[in-house]
Design a protein around this ligand. Sequence first.
Ligand SMILES: Nc1nc2c(ncn2[C@@H]2O[C@H](COP(=O)(O)OP(=O)(O)OP(=O)(O)O)[C@@H](O)[C@H]2O)c(=O)[nH]1
Length: 182
Amino acid sequence: MPQPKYRKIAVLGYRSVGKSSLTIQFVEGQFVDSYDPTIENTFNKMVSVNGQDFNLQLVDTAGQDEYSIFPQSHSMDIHGYVLVYSVTSMKSFEVVQVLHDKLLDMTIKLSKTLEGTAFSLSLSRVIKPEEGKKLADSWGAAFMESSAKENQTAVEVFKRIILEMEKVDGNAPSEEKKCAVM
Ligand SMILES: Nc1nc2c(ncn2[C@@H]2O[C@H](COP(=O)(O)OP(=O)(O)OP(=O)(O)O)[C@@H](O)[C@H]2O)c(=O)[nH]1
């Protein structure tokens, strides 16, 4: 069995888009209904993807807007980024684009996924899935929509970023096998 690979992932986005809920759903398997603005939280989780164990360190960052000064720490020792917007907030969709530009200014090789938190509120949806997909394609990033209420979609988000990081490392899997979360 190969040694676990250590990977650090930052979850970025505008305020109140569900970064913490998504991260906690993945790490603890529960949905947090209350809103408590994050300063910064770090979580650890072991996952196995395609027979390789990953020791993940997840940095749930404070919500940012276009005027926030991008913390230097968010560009150091990070292997992958999950950029989160809410499908119900145009502002959050604009902010991920600003954050992506800031990341590009700081880092050369980026693994990233764009993540639309779906909030299961299709009535108040303002960003169509096609728009998210188009933006992610223009970045060369993976794209998905998920709900922090559903464990499976939260797991899927982090599995995708692991696969993106593997691609950047030149370890593109020949075929998708399985993902186990421990
Ligand atoms: N219905 C629903 N509510 C969600 C979902 N994700 C997050 N929420 C709610 O949205 C609110 C904000 O979620 P957080 O996870 O705290 O958002 P955040 O992006 O971490 O916020 P900041 O720390 O301010 O940046 C909370 O009340 C959550 O319960 C979701 O997928 N569905």
